[in-house]
Design a protein around this ligand. Sequence first.
Ligand SMILES: [Zn+2]
Ligand SMILES: [Zn+2]
Length: 128
Amino acid sequence: MNGKISRQGRQVLAVLSERRVHLTAEEIVRLLPDVGQATVYRSLEQLERLGQIRKLNLGKRSAYYEYARENHMHFVCDRCHEVIDVACDVTGVAREAGALFGHRVDRVEVTAGGLCAACMAKEKNAQQ
Ligand SMILES: [Zn+2]
Ligand SMILES: [Zn+2]
């Protein structure tokens, strides 16, 4: 396995680490017009393998990628499909629980669903 990150891989990583948001592969392709689509997809695979980024499968839409960092869960709005980070010590809790049974926890994905604050406000306004 090649452990070195390519120049294009670093560009992809920079997009995800600077923006700190959740992006689909298609969105990353659009943000990096100089890097070809196939290269972006290959870089995403490589970065995921190296643990630099995480791939999130949230519902029916395309996979999202984000800069790997611990201790947060995701909230996905049922209406506008916005993905929002919620600070929460899920990694520590899962590690402790796993260790009790002799497992090593490497990844934790917690997704909550419902209605986001913006959609709730819209709904309230519509009722008035
Ligand atoms: Zn919403
Ligand atoms: Zn996130």
